[in-house]
Design a protein around this ligand. Structure first.
Ligand SMILES: C[S@@+](CC[C@H](N)C(=O)[O-])C[C@H]1O[C@@H](n2cnc3c(N)ncnc32)[C@H](O)[C@@H]1O
Ligand code: SF4
Length: 467
């Protein structure tokens, strides 16, 4: 019987959570990826390939204390201009790499993420995109924004100018509307006024999908203030409402701190659920930590993020990553097999290095990982689902054609043994279902599903002095 060293698993959890962007469920963790060298990238694209552009714009007016994403507080207008120009250069470099006639490039989606994209000159960036990519295959344009930075129609004029309103999705990050909470998380306190303005501006621009992000579990937040905020938002009738449970990532200023509301997350989410259902919202995704609500009758809106949809396995799909810390991938046809081969890559997080690479005419990719075996994909799938509260044996079988109980019998036994006699983990109907308060434990136990090669790489990094 294997003896689990929980201290070791905890240590690796700390190490891999220090990766930015969503790293707590990425397998393998970015720290264990391979260093990228220019010649690693010699893929051949064709007119049959699908492209998705993700642009990371990592500046904000202030740094919110809860934020787990890669962004820096920047006020100097000259820096915004400088990085807009670098982004434009990077688009040119990618277009050269793709090297197929513009009219044959199938660009399916563009995502402006951040940071706060609406603090940058999106019209200028878009003008560069359309110099190299045609719009006739485009199915979706996504923009993340803060309420206060979406203050004039000019910021999103390109959507109107090119008739993209019907395929656009703008997510406004409200987080909270309570001035005490906003002060505690270092955000503008005129959120109620700003969100109304941003919302009506999107409506006037005829943006098809307008959504609002809220967080449950912030400092100073109470059940009363959260439910009051939800009722306020419902009156605006956004097509999408996200209620995210706070993730206290070690990269945030809130790491290690306890707030009263966190312990009551589940009952509060349930109360919010009742209000939303009464107000004609339908749940599209519901785990205790991450809920998505769609306004009834509007479910057909373009809410799915196209680049996250399982790709057409018989084609090459490429998510182009632009901007510091942006992550991309390429998937390749894999004969008759259902799961395509794939390689993931990530741009450097270091601004100086980013600038140096782009000015030298090179891609800004820093690390990559090639998924060579179905085993890698299985491990990645299990870790993602461990994070999301349910491990469904049937769905695993459907996806991979093998039984999880045979593939990972020892690891699963250790997970069950860890929770033995506790209600945090229940096995029934061929599923393992976890309660939300066991999330941290699950993220530690996820390390049981690392391959020995990846586990040892993490150990090596832990032992080096640089970490
Ligand atoms: C990348 S952020 C950008 C949004 C925009 N800059 C803003 O502040 O509204 C996208 C969303 O991630 C969510 N988010 C960020 N940090 C989080 C955390 N620690 N826990 C849960 N959700 C978080 C927020 O709801 C936010 O709206
Ligand atoms: S939540 Fe938004 S505005 Fe705040 S630091 Fe993160 S990306 Fe910037």
């Amino acid at each position: 019987m294997i003896k689990v060293d929980y201290n070791l698993l905890e240590e690796i959890t700390e190490l891999t959570s220090s990766d930015w962007s969503a790293s707590d469920y990425i397998y393998p963790p970015v720290v264990a990826w391979d260093k990228f060298r220019g010649k690693t990238f010699n893929y051949r694209f064709s007119s049959d390939s699908n492209f998705y552009i993700y642009i990371h714009l990592p500046f904000c007016k202030t740094r919110c204390t809860f934020c787990r994403y890669y962004s820096k507080p920047v006020v100097r207008a000259s820096l915004y201009k400088k990085y807009t120009d670098l982004i434009i250069q990077e688009i040119k470099i990618w277009a050269r790499k793709i090297n197929i006639p513009k009219e044959k490039i199938k660009l399916k989606s563009i995502y402006f993420g951040g940071g706060t994209p609406t603090l940058f000159d999106l019209n200028k960036i878009f003008d560069e995109i359309i110099k190299h990519f045609p719009l006739n295959y485009l199915e979706q344009v996504n923009i993340e924004t803060t309420p206060e930075s979406l203050d004039t129609l000019n910021k999103i004029l390109f959507l109107k100018k090119h008739g993209l309103n019907a395929i656009s999705r703008i997510m406004i990050g409200a987080q909270s509307l309570d001035t005490k909470v906003l002060k505690a998380i270092n955000r503008s306190q005129s959120q109620k006024k700003d969100i109304k303005k941003a919302f009506y501006l999107c409506k006037n621009a005829r943006i098809k999908t307008i959504g609002v992000d809220m967080i449950v579990g912030l400092p100073k937040q109470t059940e009363e203030s959260l439910l009051k905020d939800v009722k306020f938002l419902i009156k605006l009738k956004p097509q999408v409402i996200h209620l995210y449970g706070l993730v206290k990532s070690p990269t945030t200023a809130l790491s290690g701190k306890e707030f009263f509301i966190i312990k009551k997350l589940e009952p509060i989410m349930k109360k919010a659920k009742k209000i939303l259902i009464r107000s004609h919202y339908k749940s599209n995704r519901y785990t205790e930590f991450d809920t998505e609500w769609l306004y009834k009758g509007n479910e057909k809106f373009q809410n799915k993020q196209i680049f996250l949809i399982p790709n057409e396995p018989q084609k090459l799909n490429c998510k182009i990553c632009i901007g510091p810390s942006a992550m991309g991938y390429i998937t390749f046809p894999n004969g008759e097999k259902k799961i395509p081969k794939r390689v993931m890559f990530i741009n450097t997080w270091n601004f100086d290095e980013y600038e140096k690479k782009i000015c030298g005419g090179k891609l800004a990719i820093d690390k990559y990982y090639k998924f060579n075996t179905p085993e890698d994909e299985k491990r990645s799938y299990i870790i993602r689902n461990l994070k999301n509260d349910t491990l469904d044996y049937g769905l695993y079988k459907k996806k991979f054609g093998t039984s999880i109980l045979c593939d990972f019998s020892e690891e699963l036994m250790l997970v069950k043994k860890h929770f033995e006699g506790r209600e945090e983990c229940v096995e029934s109907n061929s599923k393992l279902a976890f309660s939300s308060n066991s999330k941290r434990e699950r993220m530690v136990l996820a390390r049981l599903f690392y391959s020995s090669k990846i586990f040892n790489r993490c150990m090596d990094i832990l032992e080096t002095e640089n970490f």
